[in-house]
Design a protein around this ligand. Sequence first.
Ligand SMILES: [Zn+2]
Length: 174
Amino acid sequence: MSQNITDKADAAEARTQETRGFMQQVRVAARRKYTPEEKVRIVLEGFRREVAVRAILLTHYHFDHIRDVATIGLSTAYSPEPIEVCAPQVVLEALAEHLINGKLYPNFQQWPPDSPSLRFRTLLPHKFCQVIGYEVLPLPVNHKVPTVGYQVKDRQGKSLFYTGDTFRGLSRCW
Ligand SMILES: [Zn+2]
């Protein structure tokens, strides 16, 4: 095996170990159990809109991942601030062309006219960005259509990775 191939294999193995470590951290963090009272409180906060949705990250344009954007746009009409819909350009184009297109649903980027419900924002793969105070890194993952997962980090440095739909080879996305 040449040195170059050995280096690449070592780098790949390091990335795999790093991903395993990260996944272990996620598993530990996700083990937290909520009491029934906490679960009820979280659901009620959502119903009462005490915790407003300010931004949405979309991974890809399959219908089960984008359909709720339309009803969210409808239910938040006349809110003072638009919800930021963040996604790769191809996803935003599919939304604008096929769902919130003025036929199936209003074009929420322009409706209601005085305060549109949604504002689209294109995110670029491998480019860090800030979304409502969180550091977000979109990373391509393996799926049938162009798809990204999101590494999301808060100001305290806590982070999660949301994969969306994916398949084998997830560790290569870093
Ligand atoms: Zn999918």
